[in-house]
Design a protein around this ligand. Structure first.
Ligand SMILES: [Zn+2]
Length: 373
């Protein structure tokens, strides 16, 4: 019996209206490696799961452009049978695909360092458009049809449509393509996140900060006091410059330099300056990006200190799939973003990064598209 026949037989037995047949719980003889019952159980749970998550399309069809998924809950018995058989077949194909694609790379997300988990609630799942959700999941597991994966799945010769690099990986498309770089695509994505980050970090001390709780023990200040906002000490005038159009001039009252950190925040009165440098790397490279930026700006920090300024530098990372570096959370906390707002802020930053990457992905074959399209 082949795999599909066995699957059908299991379903026959399960759905049999004849009590005696159902109760015998007859085992279908299968080979040692492939267990029809387990496979059918898995297939059914996958079908139910897909109904909630939206099917993650595989292969050349691209993002969510395949046949519309039929919904398990709405299918009749005959359709369900077809769905299970198709699903078991697909599961076999997936297994083959996983074997074909290097294990190390598919599971590389398990080795990401220095990132926080993204909490995607069920409400978010419903709100995110299916194509973007599909992109998020498939980019995380590296199963998008990028030239390298197409090459490994189908053995065809594929190359980057922009720069002709052979078997270009997802990493190439999201951060390594010379043409995309020269067209300003990466800068554009980076600046979308930067704009959000600047907005978030300069939130004025909110009313919540001085909330007074009247408890039985008397009057006490909220635990979210301004003392936690180490970035902007209160009662000082703070200035902020953001390098959005590559126009930032470093404040000459501090020092003269050709370096342009992404954000400079300074207070003349407090003689204090913060240098914030944002990277939107692939999650795999978050730790490395942090170290690289730290090294790049440490010299500038030394110069500022020599000029008599209290200097802090904050290299922060927002992964291009929307996973935030711990450094980003640290910065937001020190900027005095309260816990309630932190959730919103991290979610916005994650979405901004992920949307940018999705845009890069969708335009990966679009040669003439610059940053403004
Ligand atoms: Zn390229």
């Amino acid at each position: 019996m082949d795999m599909q026949e066995k699957t059908r037989l299991v379903l026959e037995l399960r759905e049999s209206t004849d009590e005696s047949v159902r109760n015998t719980n007859a085992k279908v003889p299968t080979g040692r490696k492939w267990n029809a019952q387990t496979e059918v159980d898995q297939a059914v749970s996958r079908l139910k799961h897909q109904e909630v998550m939206g099917r993650v399309q595989a292969g050349r069809a691209g993002l969510g452009w395949g046949a519309m998924p039929r919904f398990w809950s709405k299918a009749n018995r005959k359709q369900r049978k077809e769905m299970v058989v198709a699903e078991v077949t697909r599961m076999e194909e997936d297994r083959y695909k996983i074997k074909a694609v290097s294990q190390g790379r598919q599971g590389s997300w398990t080795t990401w360092e220095g990132i926080i988990n993204r909490n995607i609630s069920w409400t978010d799942v419903w709100k995110i458009p299916q194509a973007r959700l599909s992109f998020l999941i498939r980019s995380t597991y590296d199963t998008l049809p990028c030239p390298r994966n197409l090459h490994q799945w189908f053995g065809s010769e594929e190359s980057c449509a922009l720069c002709n690099a052979p078997n270009a990986s997802l990493q190439h498309i999201l951060s390594g393509c010379k043409i995309a770089l020269s067209q300003g695509r990466y800068r554009w994505c980076h600046d979308q996140v930067l704009r959000k980050l600047a907005e978030d970090s300069k939130q004025p001390p909110s009313a919540e900060d001085s909330t007074i709780f009247v408890s039985e023990g008397g009057v006490r200040r909220s635990t979210r006091s301004r003392e936690t906002a180490r970035l902007f000490s209160p009662n000082q005038e703070w200035n902020m410059r953001v390098d959005l159009d590559r126009q930032l001039r470093f404040p000459t009252e501090i020092t003269t330099t050709s370096l342009r950190p992404d954000i400079v925040v300074w207070s003349t009165k407090a003689r204090s300056v913060h240098l914030i440098e944002l990277t939107v790397p692939l999650e795999e490279g978050i730790e490395a990006a942090f170290e690289r930026k730290k090294a790049k700006y440490s010299e500038l920090a030394v110069e500022c200190r020599e000029a008599g300024w209290k200097t802090t530098s904050y290299p922060v990372e927002v992964g291009c799939r929307g996973f935030l570096g711990l450094s980003t959370i640290r910065l937001l906390r020190e900027a005095g973003v309260t816990r309630g707002k932190l959730r919103r802020a991290t979610k916005d930053l994650a979405e901004e990064a992920e949307k940018g990457s999705f845009w890069l992905w969708l335009r990966r074959k679009d040669r003439c598209c610059g940053k403004n399209t």
